[in-house]
Design a protein around this ligand. Sequence first.
Ligand code: ZN
Ligand code: ZN
Length: 375
Amino acid sequence: MRALVYQGPGSAELQDRPAAQLVTGDDVVVEIVGTGVCGTDRKILLGRFPARPGVVLGHESVGVVRETGPQVRSVGVGDRVVVNPTLYCGWCVPCRRGATNFCRHKAGTEVGVDRDGTYAEAVTLPERFVERIPAGLPFHSAVLIEPLACVLNNVEAASVTFDDTVVVLGAGPIGMLTALVAARQARRVTVAEPDGYRLEQARERFTHVVDVADADPAEAVVKASGGERPSVVFDTSGTGLDSALRLVDDGGRVVVMGFDDTYTVPLRPLRLTNRGIRLIGAGDYRADIFPVAVDLAAELGDPRRPGVGAVPVLERLVTHEFPLERHAEAFAALGGLAQGDGYGATGRPPRYDALKVVIRSHSGPVGSDGWPVGA
Ligand SMILES: [Zn+2]
Ligand SMILES: [Zn+2]
């Protein structure tokens, strides 16, 4: 089967790999329909997030079950499923506490990072890491379930209530999803973004959007809010913590999201204690959040409840789609692999021409719901 293999920083190559097959009795083989390109994939290729050279990249994926081991009970051949790429052992101390995202046996199990991922024609996984997708959910909404799980975990960690004013730094797919989920709870949500394309996309969806291209993000947002500071800031850029700390109101919460291992910020603890600021890192998601994300996707992606225009709010976040062999174009649409990144961290932020980009593994005809005909 064809698979996109990580060759080390800056490079990935389409290779022929042995077809995915059942290894243990509770395995399933999923024929991948498509995989969302995640900021993490790009950071891996930029050498800013560690991954194992030789691994098949990709983790935000949906597909159709093609084969099941003899012990598999929860899914059957032909079921449409979403992959939960955050594997866990289930018996270590954090796992038994429910914190499966902090499983102590993660090494070699992170799909698309150090275990073969889904930019491929198929993948093998134990059955508990695939979740059935409700009938009628279009492909473009289903492919956002994994990032949605991530966002749910982070919004939950901030304990957002109706009394909160929220600022989301970054209007990429994670920023947009964070703003959508937070807006179900908070009194006011503001999105801050430097990129022209993403600003335009954000303005179509949200009332309060601030252009921070040529300004200090913290100052620009406070100014646009009439001098008010938010009680919660989500940094979805991975490089905005400094701005977030200057922006948040006293007594507020800052949630760090986004992955950039090269970004650092000098931190004076007194700044946190004096101002009563809680700094929150919530990671990806516990296993129990995954089915919640499936339900929420079914609601936000319901074709009978259009968002902007005639397309459901979730589906509209997917702006581009490329077949596996055009993977380079997918990354080019997301700022490419050679430019600076983030809020003044390393010069100018990248230029984006897309929100969510999907790489399709399946090459046959598709129906109006984006799923392969007959799947
Ligand atoms: Zn991801
Ligand atoms: Zn564990």
